[in-house]
Ligand binder design. Structure first.
Ligand SMILES: Nc1nc2c(ncn2[C@@H]2O[C@H](COP(=O)(O)OP(=O)(O)OP(=O)(O)O)[C@@H](O)[C@H]2O)c(=O)[nH]1
Length: 524
């Protein structure tokens, strides 16, 4: 019958598979859990860092705007009642333009929206009337104002920070306005742009209409951004941090904070991938560093699997070749150090013992006469083969009960059996340890006397005959006699069968000569 596939699996292999699978699964699980926890932590920290950073930039920008407004307010106070004095106007706005370095240009505009003075002077807008595109009512200019982005007469995309100018009677005379060109270098751009990193992190500023007024990519300044949850929230003046997708569909971790003074918002963001790349490297480093320990664990598992499976494997190997002569000793020598192996070993040895007993019982039965417990013909044959192979000389005494038929006839078959048993006992008592006694037929017996000459055998035969003649048989049978024929086997060249024939002939001679006697066969 073919062995099932699974039956070929060894315990050691199974233990190894189980243990290695457990170790790998545990390790995999640990790495996965660590990765997930670290990932979440990193994302949370990055979001918070971006929010704090956006908040800081928003504050700085707020301070910048506040300072710009203060500077304009100061200039406006200096120009009170001097709106019609061009020299003083020009002097003050030049001072402001150069000293503050906050603005790309500074202008003074009267109540008719006419530009009275401009700094730098190179700007060709003096005397022009400007209709302010982001102002719905001129009254808005009567108070400090930060405009929405717009394109100026000189074709610059800018925001304007203005402050009204009043005369001594608090009459509105016009306003002073500092502009910040959104697509040019200026102090605001420097403040925001200095924080541009190489790992893909960047920040941008939107106004209240979700229009980009600062972006590291100048091309995008002026672009209106839709469907961005961070921008949606920051224009509502919220400060928070979200994981979002940017306009290029890249996952970003964005923190944002409002610039309340202007209604703008700062968004600082870092690509999620850039954040997690560090973690991937980190986990990979942890894995590489744990390889030696993992290898040690695997070696330990392999040795343990060997150690645990060894007794069972050895028992299985021996059980497979149990017909081997040394099997029993080899099984005894197996070190069964744990309970199951010890019990298995005990059971195998017990089974082997029982088997040996049974086999030896069968061997004995097949070589023994059941009634007398003497050797039968097969037993005799085996012994003779041994003597022949060892060239063991011996004498043979062929024995037969005289007139045994009469005993059966007169006392019954059972009494006859008892006579046979009694005679077997007499023969055993009369024999030496090395002698063999066989019952070869009904009332026929053979005695084999190793290393015994014909003369000695004759004496032994006679002694037996006399003992039998003096013995009283049971069941009222009384005295019986036996006749005996003796022959000697001197080893080769005479055959054993010839020797037996001569012993038989001597026995028949004894019968013919009147029974109850011993005849020694002539030596050939
Ligand atoms: N009780 C009993 N009788 C047996 C057994 N085997 C053989 N016999 C009997 O032994 C008798 C042998 O008789 P014979 O061969 O004529 O020999 P004998 O009567 O002993 O005569 P001689 O050998 O010439 O002296 C027979 O009657 C067999 O039936 C046995 O196991 N038990």
């Amino acid at each position: 019958m073919p062995t099932p596939l699974f039956a070929k699996l060894r315990l050691r292999g199974l233990i190894l598979i189980l243990a290695i699978a457990s170790v790998l699964m545990t390790l995999g699980n640990s790495f996965y859990a660590t990765y997930q926890i670290q990932r979440q932590l990193l994302i949370t920290n990055t979001l918070e860092a971006n929010r704090v950073y956006a908040s800081k930039l928003a504050n700085i920008t707020d301070v910048f705007l506040s300072t710009a407004q203060s500077q304009l307010a100061y200039s406006a106070s200096q120009l009170s009642s001097k709106i019609d004095k061009p020299k003083q106007l020009a002097s003050e706005i030049n001072r402001l333009y150069k000293q503050s370095a906050m603005f790309n240009s500074v202008v003074v505009i009267d109540i008719h929206n006419k530009i009275l003075e401009v700094a730098p002077i190179s700007l060709p807008v003096k005397g022009q009337v400007v209709a302010h595109p982001t102002i719905s009512h001129l009254d808005e200019l009567k108070k400090p104002l930060i405009t929405k982005p717009f394109i100026s007469k000189a074709d610059n995309y800018l925001i304007s920070i203005s402050h009204p100018i009043f005369d001594e009677n608090k009459q509105y005379q016009g306003h002073i306005s500092g502009t910040i060109y959104l697509e040019h270098d200026n102090l605001l751009n420097t403040i925001l742009g200095e924080h541009y990193y190489n790992d893909g992190s960047y920040l941008y500023v939107v106004d209240g209409d979700k229009t980009l007024i600062y972006h590291p990519d100048p091309q995008r300044v002026g672009e209106k951004v839709f469907d961005n949850p961070a921008i949606d929230a920051v224009v509502k003046q919220h400060s928070d941090a979200y994981a979002i997708k940017n306009s290029a569909d890249i996952d970003m971790l964005a923190g944002f904070a409002p610039i309340t003074r202007a209604g703008w918002g700062v968004v600082s963001q870092r690509p999620t991938k850039a954040t997690l790349t560090e973690l991937d490297d980190h986990i990979w480093q942890v894995f590489l560093r744990s390889i030696p320990l993992i290898l040690l664990i695997l070696i330990a598992i392999w040795l343990s699997a060997r150690f645990i499976s060894k007794p069972l494997q050895e028992l299985a190997n021996q059980a497979r070749v149990m017909d081997n002569k040394d099997s029993q000793q080899k099984i005894i020598n197996i070190h069964s150090w744990f309970y199951e192996a010890a019990q298995l070993k005990r059971a195998i040895l017990k089974g082997m013992g029982l088997l040996h007993d049974k086999i030896s019982q069968l061997h004995t039965d097949s070589h023994t006469d059941p009634m007398t417990a003497l050797l039968n013909r097969r037993g005799l044959q085996q012994l003779l083969e041994q003597y022949e192979s060892e060239t063991q000389t011996f004498s043979v005494i062929a024995t037969d009960i005289d007139f045994f038929k009469h005993i059966n006839d007169n006392y019954g078959h059972d009494a006859g059996d008892n006579v046979l048993k009694e005679l077997a006992v007499l023969m055993q008592n009369n024999a030496r340890q090395q002698d063999a006694i066989c019952r070869t037929g009904g009332e026929e017996f053979i005695l084999l006397l190793p290393s015994t000459s014909a003369d000695e055998a004759f004496i032994i035969a006679e002694r037996l005959r006399n003992q039998v003649a003096q013995h009283t048989m049971p069941d009222d049978v009384g005295v019986v006699h036996i006749s005996l024929g003796v022959a000697y086997w001197p080893g080769s060249p005479t055959s054993i069968s010839q020797t037996f024939k001569r012993a038989d002939q001597a026995l028949y001679q004894a019968k013919r000569q009147g029974r109850n006697r011993t005849i020694a066969a002539e030596q050939p």
